[in-house]
Write a protein that binds this ligand. Structure first.
Ligand SMILES: C[S@@+](CC[C@H](N)C(=O)[O-])C[C@H]1O[C@@H](n2cnc3c(N)ncnc32)[C@H](O)[C@@H]1O
Length: 292
């Protein structure tokens, strides 16, 4: 097995070819400034797989279907997975103090069903979905009959596996308000890991999905699309937003990250806050059977 010296970088041509491959498969842009980073990440895969060099690894990738495990390992290396519960407190203050009370009052008045459907798009290890579950459990406590479904999706099979395992370390848990932590999580004995109680787990499901493809699901009340489009270019952002719009209805809410860079692309939405939009025009859903 040949291990590449740690200073060796992909050539400019290899960088271009890798960048195109990543863009075509995931929509993520790799700029020329990321040469060192990309080289380091690919080198890690060379070490694990025993493949001799950057060129051979590229050829291996293009010869494999994107569903192959190696593709997943590669994408996990070249994408960012940073996430934690209660990330961006303004989002959660809105959700807990404005959105949920509005839902419950509408349900009391009989103008909406006791149902809430949320999509955590590009959910990484599920921390965002778990935050929604935690807030919903708190905000809807004592009100019988609510059906809450939170669907988390990510391109990374490994990330989805971790999301399904629902085991959060101290770093993920550091912003969870103490009363909610005590009420809705159990600490695994003699470990620094927390697991959500079944009340939360029952609301969540996770699966692999590429945002460049339509999601076959019924419309959602809320879509969280955070800290992912920041890595996309205008063309792939547009494609993702089209897919997102297909699973929204007029009145559905879109929650964005602080730096997604899509404010010019949100024609069919009414801006409520810089990161919060209400859908006004929804596209028709993708054909085929929707998931439940
Ligand atoms: C920084 S994390 C964001 C996690 C979470 N939304 C948050 O804000 O805390 C970005 C995630 O986007 C995922 N991702 C990147 N490209 C994707 C694509 N084309 N489709 C679905 N997920 C993608 C990555 O696998 C990664 O887990």
């Amino acid at each position: 097995m040949t291990v590449r010296p740690s200073h060796e970088l992909v050539t400019d041509l290899q960088l271009k070819r890798y960048a195109k491959l990543i863009y075509d498969v995931a929509g993520v842009e790799i700029s020329p400034q990321k040469k060192q980073l990309l080289s380091n990440r690919v080198r890690r895969r060379l070490k694990v797989t025993g493949i001799a060099n950057f060129e051979d690894y590229y050829e291996t990738l293009v010869s494999l279907p994107v569903t192959d495990d190696e593709w997943d390992h590669f994408l996990q290396e070249v994408t960012t997975h940073e996430t934690y519960l209660f990330r961006d407190d303004s989002n959660w203050n809105w959700f807990r103090n404005e959105y949920l009370p509005q839902l419950t009052s509408e349900a009391r008045l009989g103008v909406r069903k006791k149902s809430l459907r949320v999509w955590s798009a590009a959910c990484s290890t599920g921390d965002e979905a778990c935050t929604v579950a935690c807030c919903a459990a708190e905000g809807l406590a004592g009100q019988a009959g609510w059906d809450v479904k939170i669907v988390g999706t990510d391109i990374g099979v490994g990330a989805v596996r971790e999301a399904n395992a629902a085991r959060f370390g101290e770093r993920s848990m550091r912003l969870v308000p103490e009363p909610l932590k005590k009420r809705f999580f159990d600490q695994a004995k003699n470990t620094p890991f927390w697991t959500p109680k079944s009340q939360l787990r029952n609301m969540m499901s996770f699966r692999q999905h590429n945002l460049l493809d339509p999601l076959r699901e019924r419309p959602f009340d809320v879509v969280l699309l955070k800290n992912v489009l920041i890595y996309f270019n205008t063309e792939s952002k547009k494609r993702v937003l089209e897919n997102v719009n297909r699973v929204m209805l007029p009145g559905s809410i879109l929650v964005l990250g602080a730096a997604e860079g899509v404010s010019d692309l949100l024609d069919g939405y009414e801006r409520i806050r810089p990161w919060l939009y209400r859908c006004v025009n929804a596209a028709s859903p993708p054909s085929g059977k929707a998931g439940v």
